[in-house]
Design a protein around this ligand. Structure first.
Ligand code: PMP
Length: 320
């Protein structure tokens, strides 16, 4: 179970051995996946000898919104979770790109272990793993359109980053793999494009960068808003937020997915129809370049998006 695993995890305020990071199988979190979480990237900057967490505060704020929506209360504060993540990255001595996941979960059912009622022993844990950049960033991925529809705000809200939402992602991703694709694009109940199993989507049509709106059945992605910001500031391109039809993907010049874990990943075909030249497009490359430079701490103007993991331990904590 723990072959090749990092040494430590974090739970309810303490650094603990990786193997002890467990949630009881009969709790609402363990049994029904009743939790909310974040997926956060940390980039190693070899020249500065520093590990930078990218947009930590944005992730913490989204975690707080998810917890509010599901009415989950835990005894740890957001600031303790923030500090816990930095402590954990340092404890594991990561000097490479990493990814970490803070999870806030519902505990044991208070009445006869009923997982749908009030719970006790809710908690938070964080795991972090090394996460090198994949070759697909250059080579792209083949996507299909999923036969599964995206969950929607009137049933299982995708705006909420909840563990149980990812059953929808798993169905779509498994179907894609079984059918020989790398990933899938999931349509919403209106039949327009929502997002991928773990990332948002953008396309280039007629020189315009287009992405579905936040009401299209997507997670309100931090990478998506970062790219909108960077495209405008660095490339002079305004991203248009509008519904995207399935067949628009087929005739797009470029398609890419974006997310903290997946980063900015070219889609080179959809349903076996080649997108553009069938390789990473020029806009996708330009966006990747500005995104990675900012995320890795190479652009002083975007330094405020980053938290220096090792320097933070040497400097006094700033009051927020
Ligand atoms: N949509 C889904 C379903 C995701 O799981 C993710 C990854 N967290 C994203 C979009 C991208 O979100 P972010 O850019 O905030 O990581």
């Amino acid at each position: 179970m723990s072959d090749g695993a990092p040494k430590y995890a974090w739970m309810n305020g303490k650094i603990i051995p990786w193997d002890q990071c467990v949630v009881h199988g009969r709790s609402a979190g363990g049994f029904m996946g009743s939790n909310v979480f974040e997926g956060v990237r940390a980039y190693w900057n070899v020249h500065q000898g520093e590990l930078f967490v990218f947009k930590h505060e944005e992730h913490l704020q989204r975690l707080a919104r998810s917890m509010k929506t599901v009415r989950l209360e835990v005894s740890t504060t957001l600031r303790e979770i923030e500090q816990g993540a930095l402590d954990l990255l340092r404890a594991n001595e990561f000097r490479e790109d990493a990814h970490f996941v803070p999870v806030a979960f519902f505990g044991m059912g208070a009445h006869n272990f009923n997982t749908l009622g009030p719970t006790v022993d809710n908690g938070v844990y964080i795991t972090a793993v090394p996460w090198p950049q994949p070759a697909a960033l250059l080579n792209g991925m083949a996507a299909c359109v999923a036969s599964w529809r995206r969950i929607s705000d009137d049933s299982v809200p995708p705006r909420l980053k909840a563990g149980a939402n990812y059953q929808n992602s798993r169905l779509a991703q498994t179907e894609a793999k079984v059918n020989g694709y790398d990933t899938s694009i999931i349509l919403n109940h209106r039949g327009t494009v929502a997002e991928g199993p773990g990332a948002c989507l953008m396309m280039v049509r007629d020189g315009k960068l287009v992405t579905p709106p936040v009401t299209a059945g997507i997670l309100e992605s931090i990478t998506r808003s970062t790219l909108m910001d960077l495209a405008a500031r660095e490339l002079g391109v305004n991203v248009v937020e509008r519904e995207i039809d399935r067949t628009e993907l087929y005739v797009a010049d470029e398609v890419f997915m974006c997310g903290s874990g997946l980063e900015v990943l070219p889609i080179t075909s959809v349903d076996r129809i080649t997108i553009g030249g069938g390789t990473r497009g020029s806009m996708t490359k330009r966006i990747q370049d500005v995104y990675f430079a900012a995320a890795r701490g190479e652009v002083p103007a975007y330094r405020q998006w980053l938290t220096a993991v090792y320097r933070a331990a040497r400097e006094p904590v700033m009051a927020r």
